[in-house]
Ligand binder design. Structure first.
Ligand SMILES: [Zn+2]
Length: 913
C-alpha cells in the first residue's frame, strides 16, 4: 500500500501552498517567525526571586509555542473542579505528531498483546515511539516544577542540537503543566495578592476545593475530576511507557530524590518496570552529578507500596518521582543558623551526595527540575525500542499469568448493591475486564448465583485488579531484627472490597463458568412496589438510602427509622429500616434512587407495631473545616455527593445562637481545640479567612453549651480528644503512645492525626544520627510499641444501636495512627459502646499492625448522652479520604439520629398541616 507516500506528497503540496499564502500575507493565522523565550514572554527569568508565572499565562505561552513551532500540539482536555482548563501539550517531531494516531494504535496493541506474536511485537517496537507522560504541581505549593516546564518546552520546541533531535525523533512527550490547575491559580494569586502586606504569603488552606495534598492519594478510587482527566484522557488513551510526577519535598535534607525507591515494593509491580525506574532515576542522578549539582539522594524515604499514589505501575509503566527541596514558593531560603551552615543532616552515604551550602532558591529548583526531566526523557529516547519491547513483555506476562490466584468472584447477592456497582465502576475506570455469570457456577468450594461477577487475573491489567481486590500482607520491615518498625510512606492496606463493604472472594484454582463480558456496571434497577396504604420500607444496608434521605429531607418529607427489627410478609426487616409514608414526592424520590442505585423498596399496607425514630425535618449539618484540614475537605466532598443539607461552620456563626443554625456538627480528624479556639491568626490572614479565625474561649464554651442544650456532635479520629476535652467525656485512651524526649506527649502525624509512633519514627529515620539518638533516649521501645500506620482492622458492631443501623455484625474499619478507648465511670453521662475490636480472633484484616493486644476488646465508636445533647465519637478514621464507604453509615446515622425524635408506631404518618 502506497497510501502513506501519497499522503506525504499531499501534505508537502499543502505545505507549499500555505507557505506561499504566508509569503504574500494572505493567511490570517500566519506563523510568527520566532517563538519567544520564557523570559521575553513572562517579563522575568523563570525562577527569579519573588516571581512566579501564573497558570493562565503559562497556558498562553504553551499556545504561543504551539503556534510558532511545529513540535507542540496544545489541547484542553477538560475543565477542573473549579472550572480551570486541564491542558495537555504533546511534544515530538512534526513527523511523529502527524502520525500520532498510528503511534497510539501501536501502543494500544502492545498493551494488549493477546494474539500478537513476539516477532510482530518486535516489529511494532521498531515502528513505534515511546510515550513519556510528564506532569507537575499536583501539589500546588511545589511551584518550581511547573515554572521549569516553560523552559523545558521552549528548549524542546526550538533547539536543534543532536540531544533534542534524538528526543523528538524517539519520544512523544505528554506534558500536563499542572495536575491541579485550581491549586496553581489559588496559590499564585494569593502570592501576588499578599505582596507587600503583613499577611502570610503561602496559601493557608487546601489548594483544591476538596482534597488538597491528598489529590495524590486518589489514584485507585478516582473520586476527583483531575484524577479522572489524567486517567481517562491521558493514560487510557495514549498508553505511555513511563510517567514522571514532579514534586518538591521539605527544605532541610536532600536537594533532590530520584528513584530507585526504598522498600517496600508492591510485589504486583512487574520487575521490568522496577528496573526501568532504576535506570531512568540513575540517568537523572548522573546528569545532575555531571553538572556539579549535589544533595542527590536515591533509595530512601519514598517507597513503592500504595496504589493510591501509583496508578501507572499497574498499567505497564515505570513510575518516576522526583522530589526537589523547597523554598517558600519564590522566596529564597537561608539557614537561620547562618548562611554557611548546611541545611539539615548532610552525612555522606552511598546513596547520598551531600549539599553543603546554607541557602537554596527557586532558580535552583528550576535548574534541578530541568536537568532531571531532560535526562529522563533522553534516556527513554536513547533506548526507545527496548522500552517498547519491555512494555509488550510486561503485558504479555500479565495476560499469560500462570501463578495464582486465578480470579476474584464478587457474589451477585450483596448487602449494598450501590457500593458494589461503585466498586465495579472503579475497576472499569482502571480498564479491568470484568465478566458476569449467565448461570450458577462453583468456584473454590462455593456455589455462586447467576449474575455474580468474575475478575480473572490473566488480563492486561490483572495486576491492578489483584492489588485492589486482595488482602495486603505488609512486610514487617524493621531497622534490625527486633528493632523499631520502618514507617511506610503512606498507608499499608487498601483492599477495595473491605473498604467499600462489598463481599469479594479470592479463588486460587481455575474453574469453569458460563461468562459474558460486563457491558454496564450500573446496578440493576430495583422495581418499585405499587403505592402502599401505610408506608414504603427500605432496608438500612445500602448507602444509597442516604441519597434518598437527603432528597426526602430537601422535599420536606417525613422519614422514620424502625427502632428494632420486625417481620412482615415473611421477611425480616433489620433495625433501622427506613419507613416513608407514601406521597407523590416520596414515590418519585424513592423510585429515582431505586432506579439508579439498585436500592430495594418494599411496601407495607398495614401499620407495623414498631417504635421508630422520626428524623428532624431538614436536619442542618455543620462541618468544622479548619484551614488546610484534608479530612474536612474530603467530608465536604462526601456531603456534596450525597446532597446533605450542610454548611461549613464559620467563626461569625458564633455571634448568633448555634441552635438556630445547626442540628449536628461534625468535627473531622485533625480538628483540635486549637483549630476551634485560635484558628487562623487575623493579623496574618486577611478578611477572606474570617471563616477560619478562632472562636476563642468564649466560642469553645458556647460549643459545649450548644451540645448540652440538645446539639449533636460527631467527632472522628483525633477529634475525639477534642470532644473529650470539650465535654469531659468519660473515656480514656487504650493505646500506648511513643514519646519524644522526656515528658512530651504525642506528636501530630502528617495529616493531623493523634500521632502514635509515625511522626517520631519518620523523624528518627531522617538520618542515621537521629535514629541513634532516638534509640538512645528510648523514645522508641520496640517491645511495647503499638503501631498501625493505615490498615483495615476488624470491629464488632451492635447493629441494633441507631449509630450502627445497617452495619453487619463484624466488618473492618480503617485505622491510621488512630486511637481506641475504654470507658471510665461517668456519673452524669450515659454511654453506649457501638463498636469494639475483637476480644479474640484476628483483628488485622489487611495491612500492618504491631501491638494487636492493646486493641483487644477496646471500644471504637461510642455514643453519649450529655445533658440534652448527643455525642458520638469514632476513634478510628471511619471516613479516611472518603475511601472506607463500608463505614460511612456510622457517620451518617449519627448525624441524623442525634436530632431525631423517638415516636410510637401510631405516629408514623404523613405530615398533614
Ligand atoms: Zn508533592
Amino acid at each position: 500500500m502506497t497510501g502513506s507516500t501519497a499522503t506525504a506528497a499531499a501534505v508537502r503540496y499543502l505545505f507549499v501552498c500555505v507557505a506561499l499564502l504566508m509569503a504574500i500575507g494572505g493567511h490570517p493565522r500566519a506563523r510568527q517567525a520566532q517563538p519567544q523565550t520564557p523570559e521575553q514572554f513572562f517579563g522575568f527569568r523563570i525562577g527569579a526571586d519573588g516571581e512566579l508565572a501564573r497558570y493562565p499565562k503559562i497556558l498562553e505561552y504553551l499556545q504561543h509555542l504551539a503556534k510558532t513551532t511545529a513540535r507542540i500540539k496544545y489541547q484542553e482536555l477538560g475543565r477542573t473542579t473549579m472550572g480551570n482548563p486541564y491542558v495537555l501539550a504533546t511534544v515530538s517531531s512534526p513527523e511523529n505528531l502527524s502520525r500520532l494516531d498510528k503511534l497510539i494504535a501501536i501502543n494500544r496493541r502492545l498493551a494488549d498483546p493477546r494474539g500478537l506474536t513476539p516477532a510482530e511485537a518486535k516489529r511494532l517496537a521498531q515502528e513505534g515511539r515511546a510515550f513519556y507522560f510528564l506532569y507537575a504541581t499536583i501539589h500546588s505549593t511545589e511551584v518550581g516544577n511547573t515554572q521549569a516546564l516553560n523552559e523545558l518546552l521552549h528548549r524542546l520546541a526550538t533547539d536543534n542540537s543532536p540531544e533534542v533531535r534524538q528526543i523528538l525523533d524517539n519520544v512523544v512527550l505528554l506534558v500536563v503543566p499542572s495536575q491541579n490547575p485550581d491549586g496553581q491559580v489559588l496559590v499564585i494569586d494569593h502570592w501576588y495578592k499578599t505582596k507587600g502586606t503583613p499577611f502570610t504569603r503561602v496559601y493557608p488552606d487546601l489548594y483544591h476545593k476538596y482534597v488538597g495534598h491528598d489529590d495524590n492519594r486518589d489514584w485507585f478510587m478516582f473520586t476527583q475530576i483531575e484524577t479522572r482527566l489524567a486517567i481517562e484522557k491521558v493514560h487510557s488513551v495514549y498508553k505511555p511507557v513511563i510517567t514522571h510526577d514532579m514534586h518538591q519535598q521539605g527544605t532541610d535534607g536532600s536537594r533532590i530524590f530520584v528513584p530507585p525507591y526504598d522498600d517496600p515494593y508492591d510485589p504486583n509491580i512487574h520487575p521490568i518496570l522496577v528496573q526501568g525506574m532504576t535506570s531512568v532515576g540513575q540517568a537523572m542522578a548522573s546528569a545532575l552529578v555531571a553538572e556539579g549539582k549535589t544533595g542527590i539522594e536515591t533509595n530512601a524515604r519514598y517507597d513503592l507500596w500504595a496504589p493510591a499514589r501509583q496508578y501507572m505501575v499497574y498499567h505497564g509503566q515505570s513510575r518516576i518521582l522526583t522530589e526537589i527541596a523547597s523554598v517558600a514558593l519564590a522566596d529564597p531560603y537561608v539557614n537561620p543558623a547562618g548562611k554557611d551552615v548546611p541545611l539539615g543532616p548532610q552525612e555522606p552515604r552511598w546513596n547520598y551526595l551531600p549539599y553543603t551550602r546554607g541557602d537554596w532558591r527557586l532558580r535552583q529548583i528550576v535548574d534541578y527540575a530541568n536537568t532531571a526531566a531532560f535526562a529522563g526523557i533522553s534516556h527513554v529516547a536513547k533506548y526507545r525500542t527496548a522500552w517498547l519491547e519491555n512494555f509488550y513483555t510486561v503485558h504479555a506476562d500479565w495476560v499469560n499469568r500462570k501463578s495464582g490466584p486465578y480470579a476474584f468472584v464478587i457474589p451477585a447477592a450483596q448487602r449494598d448493591p450501590y457500593e458494589t456497582s461503585q466498586l465495579l465502576d472503579i475497576l472499569r475506570i482502571g480498564e479491568v475486564e470484568v465478566y458476569q455469570a449467565k448461570a450458577a457456577f462453583t468456584a473454590g468450594s462455593r456455589q455462586y448465583a447467576a449474575g455474580s461477577w468474575v475478575v480473572k487475573l490473566a488480563q492486561p491489567y490483572g495486576a491492578f485488579a489483584k492489588t485492589m481486590l486482595e488482602r495486603q500482607t505488609y512486610p514487617d520491615l524493621r531497622l534490625f531484627p527486633g528493632g523499631p518498625p520502618k514507617p511506610p510512606y503512606d498507608v499499608t492496606g487498601h483492599t477495595l472490597g473491605l473498604l467499600m463493604g462489598v463481599e469479594v472472594d479470592q479463588i486460587d484454582r481455575p474453574f469453569e463458568a458460563p461468562l459474558e463480558p460486563v457491558r454496564s456496571v450500573r446496578p440493576t434497577s430495583a422495581p418499585m412496589p405499587s403505592v402502599p396504604q401505610w408506608a414504603y420500607l427500605v432496608s438500612p444496608e445500602s448507602n444509597a438510602a442516604f441519597i434518598a434521605v437527603a432528597r426526602l429531607q430537601a422535599a420536606g418529607i417525613p422519614t422514620f427509622r424502625a427502632a428494632r427489627d420486625f417481620d412482615l410478609a415473611g421477611r425480616t426487616f433489620a433495625p433501622g429500616t427506613w419507613i416513608v409514608p407514601p406521597s407523590p414526592d416520596a414515590t418519585r424520590v424513592l423510585a429515582d434512587v431505586a432506579t439508579t442505585s439498585g436500592m430495594q423498596v418494599f411496601g407495607a399496607d398495614k401499620p407495623v407495631a414498631v417504635d421508630a425514630y422520626r428524623l428532624k425535618l431538614n436536619t442542618r449539618i455543620g462541618l468544622w473545616r479548619g484551614a488546610n484540614n484534608m479530612p474536612a475537605g474530603w467530608l465536604k466532598w462526601v456531603f456534596e455527593q450525597y446532597g446533605f443539607n450542610h454548611r461549613t461552620i464559620a467563626s461569625p456563626d458564633f455571634n448568633a445562637d448555634l441552635g438556630l443554625q445547626y442540628d449536628a456538627i461534625v468535627l473531622p480528624d485533625g480538628t483540635t481545640r486549637d483549630t476551634i479556639v485560635r484558628g487562623l491568626d487575623s493579623r496574618r490572614h486577611d478578611k477572606e479567612w474570617t471563616w477560619a479565625y478562632g472562636v476563642g474561649d468564649v466560642g469553645w464554651k458556647k460549643l459545649a453549651d450548644w451540645v448540652r442544650g440538645g446539639g449533636t456532635l460527631v467527632a472522628i479520629g483525633s477529634a475525639v480528644e477534642t470532644a473529650r476535652d470539650l465535654l469531659d467525656l468519660p473515656i480514656e485512651k487504650s493505646l500506648p503512645e511513643a514519646r519524644r524526649g522526656r515528658g512530651a506527649a504525642s506528636v501530630p502525624s502528617s495529616n493531623g492525626g493523634s500521632g502514635d509512633a509515625t511522626a517520631i519514627l519518620r523523624d528518627a529515620f531522617s538520618s542515621p544520627a537521629r535514629l541513634e539518638a532516638a534509640l538512645r533516649e528510648r523514645v522508641i521501645d520496640p517491645a511495647s510499641l503499638f503501631y498501625c500506620p493505615g490498615s483495615l482492622l476488624q470491629n464488632e458492631f451492635n447493629a441494633s444501636h441507631p449509630v450502627a443501623f445497617g452495619m453487619p455484625a463484624a466488618w473492618p474499619v480503617f485505622f491510621e495512627s488512630d486511637q481506641a478507648y475504654r470507658l471510665r465511670p461517668g456519673f452524669t453521662t450515659q454511654t453506649e459502646v457501638v463498636s469494639r475490636y475483637h476480644a479474640s480472633g484476628a483483628i488485622l484484616q489487611s495491612g500492618w499492625l504491631l501491638g494487636e493486644r492493646y486493641l483487644r476488646d477496646q471500644a471504637n465508636v461510642i455514643a453519649f448522652r450529655v445533658g440534652n445533647g448527643y455525642v458520638v465519637t469514632m476513634g478510628s478514621q471511619i471516613d479516611f479520604r472518603a475511601q472506607p464507604r463500608a463505614t460511612f453509615k456510622l457517620l451518617f446515622n449519627a448525624m441524623f439520629h442525634g436530632p431525631a425524635t423517638r415516636v410510637h408506631s401510631s405516629q408514623i404518618v404523613r405530615l398533614t398541616h
